[in-house]
Design a protein around this ligand. Sequence first.
Ligand code: MAV
Length: 326
Amino acid sequence: KSMKTIAITAVSAVAILATPVSAETKLRGASLFDEDHAYTRTLREFERLVGEKYDGDVSFDMSLNGELGDESDFVTFLQQGVAIDYAIMAPSNMATFAPSIPLMDMPFLFRDLEHWDTALASGVMAPLEAELLAKANIRVIGYAGGGVRNLASAEPIGNMDELTGHKMRVMGAPIQAQVFSAIKAAPSAIAYNEVYNAIQTGVIAGFENEAASIQNLKFYEVAPNITLTRHAITVRPLVMSESSFSALPADLQAAVLAAGAEAGAFGRKLESTQDGEKLQEMADAGQIKVQEFAGRDELLKLVIPVQDAYAAELGATELLEAIRSK
Ligand code: MAV
């Protein structure tokens, strides 16, 4: 063989090694919960749908039970494009990078499930998605959620008097603390994976959460008193790190987007349907005691000006009006 032939053979060998024809893409996900929780099931549905829609090889590796931390860790990973590629996130846990994203899930935003459903289907959240992508490098590919958040506390909180000064944990976004301060509670931002301990040791007296998560993480053991403030219907974007997304081949990107939208719809249906059932299951099992809050309308009156001020500060007054009027 001539030197030239050997050189050409070597070059093509390198080319073949560098771009194997059957390259498998591996995507990494994370969930705070076990396989039973609506989030994990939604992410499994996402994985299944991507596999179904994509002709190439793609595999998934999801870490469960908060092994990789809680959502405040996930958001950093997603933003940097390390450790995980996809997750379901509370907007209020993404505030550090995109200050307007928590507008999506601020308490008392939706009147009822129908309003929540219409708003999410309408595309009204698009400007917030754009900011998240531009500032946090995180892409919304679908919307899960649909749980109703209530107060959960060590002692019963049934009225304004009992709520006044109530030491409770809220999510990290400043608007969350502002809202709960407005209704006279004493909120503090504590990492989700420290909440159980903080209640157990009396650092705080309670928190607020939806049935699926209270049940999955056994929060009822330390906070068995549920007050039906129904202050939020959860909006939980299914998100992907833009660094990971932009590195995918175009046909896989298309599969991811379609699967994200479908899996989100699956998750919304699942969690909103299970919400009441899960509360009932916990009540029947004697794990929680449920009561109404006397004077819920009063709460709403206290919160509206806080929502307005937050939106004004972000230059999002029109957006807030658009969401409210859906
Ligand atoms: C619930 O577990 C979920 O809504 C989850 O997305 C939130 O991060 C968490 O509560 C929380 O309160 O931080």
